[in-house]
Design a protein around this ligand. Structure first.
Ligand SMILES: NC(=O)c1ccc[n+]([C@@H]2O[C@H](COP(=O)([O-])OP(=O)(O)OC[C@H]3O[C@@H](n4cnc5c(N)ncnc54)[C@H](O)[C@@H]3O)[C@@H](O)[C@H]2O)c1
Length: 262
């Protein structure tokens, strides 16, 4: 008997998706890929100009996308982001909670607690808030849906000089697992993607601040000796949002060129 492969399962045709931090980097690439796979995408970001430009360029390419300005650390703004999505597209099916910042660069004894609080509020509280309002909406619709939280290789491997970022990203895995346990019975899948070193404005800033060059640094961070492209991470998030990942929940998928195997 020959097996029929159903290539259609990775399609996101007609699905309504939210991508946070979609103004640049991996969020931008994820929004572009999901729109190309047929999703109707709400791009959310604190950077109004950037996110509106990305949404406009997706529409110019024939995709269905709209921008909204939202700070994921702000509960009122996150509630409004989900309400905007439902107002615009009528429902929500999936979300990629990608927005984060990485400003800390001091050892613990020298830590600036304002920076610590800011990182925790965007990178951890922001993911919690997004899950809270997105899952509430999925439940209101009767359940089913897929949430993807963007962690980091720092979610499992601590980085010195990065206490707040490391703690927040470890917490993202905790939130992901609790979400998967609590809502599996309602058909809601919750997973995390853990990027390695990916060529985005965030990484370029980090390299610039430390006066490092990609060619010196990449071999120790990737078995392929190169940084990843934002689109390579977007593929994992889009897959987890799709029906192709229907038996996957509570998982943390590293997209890191084998960095965590060492
Ligand atoms: N670049 C890497 O190498 C790398 C590695 C591991 C994990 N990550 C994670 O991947 C995700 C994307 O990172 P990136 O490199 O594309 O970052 P980036 O800095 O290039 O882009 C982040 C986007 O998020 C937006 N943003 C920041 N704070 C926000 C807030 N409070 N509310 C809404 N939007 C906000 C920014 O305006 C920006 O558009 C983050 O969760 C990051 O921690 C990145």
């Amino acid at each position: 008997m020959t097996m029929k492969i159903d290539a259609g399962k990775t399609s996101l045709d007609g699905r309504v998706a939210i991508v946070t931090g979609a103004g640049m980097g991996m969020g931008e690439a994820t929004a572009r890929l999901m729109a190309a796979r047929g999703a109707r995408v709400v791009l959310a970001d604190v950077n109004a100009q950037a996110v509106e430009a990305v949404a406009a360029s997706i529409r110019d390419a024939g995709g269905d996308a709209v921008a909204t300005v939202a700070n994921v650390a702000d509960e009122v703004a996150v509630a409004a982001m989900v309400a905007f999505t439902v107002g615009h597209y009528g429902r929500l099916d999936c979300a990629v909670n990608n927005a984060a910042i990485s400003p800390d660069n001091a050892m613990i004894a020298d830590a600036d607690m304002d920076v610590f609080d800011r990182v925790i509020s965007v990178n951890l509280r922001g993911v919690m808030l997004c899950m809270k309002y997105q899952i509430a909406q999925l439940l209101k619709q009767g359940g089913t849906g897929s949430i993807v939280n963007i962690g980091s290789v720092s979610s499992v491997r601590p980085q010195p000089y990065n206490a707040a970022y490391t703690a927040a990203k470890h917490g993202v895995i905790g939130l992901t697992k609790v979400g998967s346990l609590e809502y599996a019975g309602r058909g809601i899948r919750v997973n995390a993607v853990l990027p390695g070193s990916i060529r985005t404005p965030m990484l370029e800033r980090a390299l610039g601040d430390a006066d490092l060059r990609e060619e010196d640094f990449a071999p120790s961070l990737s078995l392929f000796g190169r940084f990843g492209e934002p689109g390579e991470v977007a593929e994992a998030s889009a897959w987890l949002c799709s029906d192709a990942a229907s038996f996957v929940t509570g998982h943390s998928l590293a997209v890191d060129a084998g960095y965590l195997t060492r």
